[in-house]
Design a protein around this ligand. Structure first.
Ligand SMILES: O=C(CO)[C@H](O)[C@H](O)COP(=O)(O)O
Length: 209
């Protein structure tokens, strides 16, 4: 069954934990978004993991270099997963995977900005990534003509373990599930909702349907 990941793109850890408290019953993975980590640092990761020891915590580092060092920092702070950019060199991904193996944790390769996401996804899995995020970032989502369908089509073609991120919502999550993606990532659809708990519950129910 596909997992639901909430991407928390807020700036204060108190707000992030308050949101996570509302949605935790419905999500499998709690992601500290890149802006939140830049704002709160490693201590934010520690606070989140301490608050939710039974949830998988993902640190969205989007690391571009020093993969082993940065992944080790995230795992040392309590993260279960850390993201490494797919646009970076193989040695950065391999370094992060080394840290993941040493800590019993996982690397997620983020394909934001990658031209051929399917090809890079296969390469990243071969390098030892746990799964690959087929991702259109917030800026790409704002471009004219953007559709999450491109990611859904790629997931079906990839044939390796992927998540999808890029505007997942209640209209698209069923197609995300049917694509074979193992994780659906939802940010604004949850933290931007009037009732985040209800939004997360609905997404979880659609994933489980
Ligand atoms: O990593 C991110 C941006 O770089 C977001 O957290 C990710 O895109 C999910 O958020 P949304 O569902 O709002 O697109």
């Amino acid at each position: 069954m596909a997992k639901l990941q909430v991407a928390i793109d807020l700036l204060k850890i108190e707000d992030a934990i308050a949101l996570a408290t509302k949605v935790a019953p419905y999500v499998d993975i709690i992601e500290l978004g890149t802006p939140l980590i830049k704002s709160e640092g490693l201590s934010g990761i520690r606070k989140m993991k301490d608050a939710f020891p039974d949830k998988l915590v993902l640190a969205d580092f989007k690391t571009a270099d020093a993969g082993e060092l940065e992944a080790g920092m995230a795992f040392g702070a309590g993260a279960d997963y850390v993201t490494i950019l797919g646009t970076t060199g193989d040695s950065t991904i391999a370094g992060a995977v080394k840290a993941a193996v040493a800590n019993g944790k996982g690397v997620v390769v983020d394909t934001i900005g990658v031209k051929d996401r399917v090809k890079r996804a296969k390469e990243a899995i071969a390098l030892g990534a746990e799964f690959v995020e087929l991702h259109a970032g917030l800026d790409e989502q704002a471009e004219d003509g953007y559709s999450i369908q491109v990611l859904i089509d790629e997931a079906a073609r990839a044939g390796v373990k992927v998540s999808i991120a890029g505007g997942v919502n209640s209209s698209s999550i069923t197609a995300v599930k049917q694509s074979g993606a193992i994780v659906a990532v939802a940010g604004a659809a949850i933290y931007g909702a009037e009732d985040p708990a209800q939004a997360a519950k609905e997404l979880k129910e659609l994933l489980n349907a």
